[in-house]
Design a protein around this ligand. Structure first.
Ligand code: ADP
Length: 485
């Protein structure tokens, strides 16, 4: 199971619906396992359509009072939620490492990152300003007001079990919306712990509910129920497209944070050490299981061999192990399916001429552990160029000119993050403007922060999370036209 918690009440094993803890109507449960050991950590209800409908109806009932509060009143409650997350950071991190596998230090970092969205939007909620527009007639006045969209549904993935929730709940609640959440079945415990803290912070019943269980049924209800005005999702492009289709019938607003295939370009004039550090941070964080992980490392001819050598030196130092073990920097992958995908990409690349420089196999820890891997001499005809690997594999492609680098970087249907390293100011502007992605890291491998807008173009998604833009996804604009003044 998980480590002894200072506050065992944070380990909740029931759904949180309308301010009450509840089992599935059927009594069915899902086991939550620790990917490092295969042990069952806890069970959660396998809820479905009926429980989701109740949560949605509770969110509708809670909406008028929540919406009517002043922004400052909502802000005070959210600020308390933030404080409680930080006060319980160690326990929340331990719960996360137990269900997700990431190293404890990374889990602690994620809790702080997750909490930062609540803090940010607690503040930002006070600044949802409207507009006064010079009118089209002397006797008219035009005013624009902003109102909460209403009841929102959120579906979140397992790779960031806390932060992907607060990015959505923070702006939604700050704006005056209510929300029903379905967390990933692999990592529901982090979500339920957040519910416990939300309740302690004074979030009124029904304002934030969490339903664990059957994805198809819960998602089906969330996307078809007319009460729900907005669906916000983080996960695969495949499921995102399905949800968009389902939402079309009732014309729901949607935010979609979907897959990526991030290029990481190193030009000849790059500073080598920071480029290597950036590649390590971007590629291997969370064992490569983030949608902004460098998926294709493109290195210019003149610096290629030196880059591969330096990267290999750094990767050989990385310690794979149980996330609870001191010094671990790479935990297990989420499950065996994830390992099979990594192996498939490596086998395909090697069969087409790639060279394994470091790693390339599962290692001797068993379960879903995989060694951090570098593949050199990879080429665009390989699967790893086109598909998101979501694992600790760095394929290194060679290019000659800037135009070639940009063409390769953009040769994907995805457009979430991209990265490049160069010291030439002209090149920096040209490349940054030419890359087709919502986020560009320039001489920087870590781009996530609550103060900046996170989101993708092309098939990587719709909308932005974080920053002052993040609240736009949860408000409606209303135009008031006053005449005969
Ligand atoms: P990942 O591969 O990262 O798990 P998914 O897109 O499969 O990404 O899952 C992201 C979230 O979407 C999870 O909470 C998952 O349970 C949920 N999900 C999966 N299938 C569906 C579905 N048909 N309808 C609604 N939600 C779904």
């Amino acid at each position: 199971g998980t480590r002894a918690l200072k506050d065992p009440a944070l380990l909740r094993q029931q759904c949180y619906i309308d301010g009450a803890w509840a089992d599935a109507d059927s009594g069915a449960t899902i086991a939550v396992t620790n990917p490092a050991t295969g042990e069952t950590v806890a069970t959660v209800p396998k809820a479905g359509t009926a429980e989701t409908r109740r949560a949605i109806e509770a969110a509708q009932k809670a909406l008028p009072a929540w919406r009517a509060k002043t922004a400052k009143e909502r802000s005070t409650i959210l600020r308390k939620w933030f404080d409680l997350m930080m006060a319980n950071q160690d326990d929340l991190a331990a719960i996360m490492t137990a269900e997700q596998g990431k190293p404890l230090a990374e889990a602690k970092g994620e809790i702080a990152y997750a909490a930062s969205f609540i803090e940010w939007f607690a503040e930002e909620g006070k600044r949802i300003y409207g507009d006064v527009i010079p009118a089209h007639g002397a006797d008219k006045r035009i005013v624009v007001i902003k109102q909460p969209i209403g009841v929102c549904a959120a579906i979140t993935p397992w790779n960031f079990p806390a932060a992907m929730i607060t990015r959505k709940a923070g702006p939604a609640l700050a704006a005056g919306c209510t929300m029903v959440l379905k967390p990933a079945s692999q990592t529901p415990l982090s979500a339920l712990a957040l519910c416990e803290l939300a309740e302690r912070a004074g979030v009124p019943k029904g304002v934030f509910s969490c339903v664990t269980g059957a994805a198809g049924e819960i998602g089906g209800e969330m996307t078809s129920n007319a009460i729900v005005k907005k669906v916000t999702f983080t996960g695969s492009t495949e499921i995102g497209k399905k949800l968009l289709e389902q939402c079309a019938a009732t014309v729901k607003k949607t935010s979609m944070e979907l897959g990526g295939n991030a290029p990481f370009i190193v030009f000849d004039d790059a500073d080598l050490e920071p480029a290597v550090r950036g590649a390590i941070a971007s590629k291997y964080r969370n064992a490569g299981q983030t949608c902004v992980c460098a998926n294709r490392i493109l290195v210019q001819d003149g610096i290629y061999d030196r880059f591969v050598e330096k990267l290999a030196e750094a990767v050989k130092q990385m310690k794979v192990g149980d996330g609870f073990k001191e010094g671990t920097v790479i935990g297990p992958l989420i499950d065996d399916k994830a390992v099979l995908k990594v192996e498939e990409h490596i086998t395909d690349a090697v069969s087409k001429g790639a060279r394994v420089v470091v790693g390339g196999k599962r290692g001797d820890l068993g379960h879903s552990f995989f060694e951090p891997t570098i593949l050199a001499d990879t080429t665009p005809d390989m699967k790893i160029f086109h598909e998101e690997t979501f694992g600790p594999v760095a394929p290194i492609f060679r290019f000659k000119t800037d135009d070639e680098a940009i063409r390769l970087a953009n040769d994907t249907e995805f457009g979430l993050a991209s990265y490049f390293y160069s010291r030439d100011i002209g090149r920096v502007w040209r490349v940054a403007e030419a890359l087709e992605s919502g986020i560009v890291g320039i001489n920087e491998g870590i781009i996530s922060t609550e103060v900046a807008p996170f989101g993708g173009v092309k098939e990587s998604g719709l909308g932005r999370e974080g920053s002052h833009y993040g609240i736009d996804d949860f408000i409606e604009i209303k135009y008031l036209c006053m005449g005969n003044i």
